[in-house]
Design a protein around this ligand. Structure first.
Ligand SMILES: *Cc1c(COP(=O)(O)O)cnc(C)c1O
Length: 415
């Protein structure tokens, strides 16, 4: 064996000789994994948790298209269409509007890494896990981070926000529009104006609410808004929508230090998304196929339903879910109906049950995913999401039937 390889290497010349020698003197330590020799196996599931959701058929089809280059002019055209779609679903005319190559968290990091410099004062509404994450990232940046901590289920009144603004003089306030760990819909009217009176920018997480609850970025004075692809938009996870007002853009372009992240540097991202007047340069390879899917998600909202129809459908179907849950004797976790998120519903874990048994029963017997709580709401709630194309009365009937059976069959008084 060694002799054949060596003589081949002579014939192939000195360049090849190197790897032939390496192959001859090293055996493969790791053999091809057995598991990979079997076909890919993915169960069919109805995803009624707080996200990800099922893909819409049109989005699924886009995911099966062949690649093109991330810098081809046809791709730039698709990126421009995505930008217009984001401007529509955000209701903004901001030029600095784009999709980040990453999940919802990457948009949060992009916002904070670009807007905050070490030592800046940062105020956070921390009424669930998303505010906690914002605190964590703010602290890593070295911002003076002030958390307004509330129990899950709480929201922030304008008076509470104003107290925080006057006490801490922050450059940025973070609020979560759809608090999916607790099921709360944070009111936003007037909050932007209030922030601006205190020379503070308003950053809003709408990952769980966008497309399911009304939001008007420009009219509500929101300076930075971001969302994700895998909730109401029914796209695969891995792209995140974001937009910056002129005030926010100005803060980024006049900062004294460069943001620590190169990958999430908004000046670079603005360039590759055609949001500045410079020729587009190579920064990183964008997730081309995921962007095809995102384009189709945005097209679906634009043409098939319209934003207002989408808001209405989520409100109506979720109200139907609430009625059916109460019919089973279950308690909704958010008491005030006006503060209930129309996309993700939280249910108080029924007395005597272990929430894990119920979640497991639904997945094992019905192939339906619902989830327990997350972060501060863990152990307190069950969560049902009706997101995008999953928001139908038929799906409500399916999950109610499954829950009814689970409540009969799962052990009680276990805890
Ligand atoms: C799901 C969710 C996120 C996080 O999104 P990832 O895509 O998992 O990073 C952030 N905020 C809210 C409100 C969410 O529901």
């Amino acid at each position: 064996m060694l002799r054949t390889l060596t003589s081949a290497s002579v014939a192939l010349g000195p360049r090849v000789a190197g790897w032939v020698r390496t192959m001859a003197s090293h055996q493969l330590l790791v053999t091809p994994p057995e598991a990979l020799l079997k076909p890919l196996s993915v169960p069919s599931r109805l995803l009624l948790g707080p996200g990800p959701s099922n893909l819409a058929p049109r989005v699924l089809a886009a995911g099966g298209l062949q690649m093109i280059g991330h810098m081809h002019k046809e791709m730039y055209q698709i990126m421009d269409e995505i930008k217009q779609g984001i401007q529509y679903v955000f209701q903004t005319r901001n030029r600095l509007t784009l999709a980040i190559s990453g999940s919802g968290h990457s948009a949060l990091e992009a916002a904070l890494l670009n807007l905050l410099e070490p030592g800046d004062s940062f105020l956070v509404g921390a009424n669930g896990i998303w505010g906690q994450r914002a605190v964590e990232i703010g602290e890593r940046i070295g911002a003076r981070t002030h958390a307004m901590i509330k129990d899950p289920g709480g929201h922030y009144t304008k008076q509470e926000v104003e107290e925080g603004l006057s006490q801490h003089k922050p450059v940025l306030l973070f609020l979560t529009h759809g608090e999916s760990s607790s099921g709360v819909l944070q009111p936003l009217d007037g909050y932007g104006e209030l922030c601006h009176r205190y020379q503070c920018l308003l950053l809003v997480d709408s990952v769980a609410s966008l497309g399911g609850a009304p939001i008007h970025m420009d009219q509500q004075g929101i300076d930075v808004l971001y969302s994700g692809s895998q909730k109401v938009l029914n796209s695969p996870p891995g792209t995140a929508l974001i937009s910056f007002s002129d005030k926010a853009k100005n803060k980024i372009y006049t900062r004294k230090t460069k943001p620590y992240s190169f990958y999430l540097d908004m000046k670079w991202l603005a360039n590759i998304w055609g949001c500045d007047d410079k020729p587009r340069m190579y920064h990183h390879t964008t997730p081309v196929i995921s962007l095809f899917s995102l384009r189709e998600s945005l097209a679906l909202i634009a043409e098939e339903q319209g934003l207002e129809n989408s808001w209405r459908r989520h409100r109506d179907v979720t109200a139907y879910l609430h009625g059916r849950l109460q019919g089973l004797g279950l308690q909704l976790f958010v008491k005030d109906p006006t503060l209930r998120l129309p996309t993700v519903t939280t249910i108080a874990v029924p007395a005597g049950y272990d929430w894990r048994d119920i979640v497991k029963y639904l997945i094992d017997h019905f192939s339906i995913e619902i989830t327990g709580g997350l972060g501060p709401s863990l152990g307190k709630v069950l969560r049902i999401g009706l997101l995008g194309c999953n928001a139908t009365r038929e799906n409500v009937d399916r999950v109610i039937e499954a829950l009814q059976e689970a409540l009969q069959r799962c052990p009680r008084n276990k805890l």
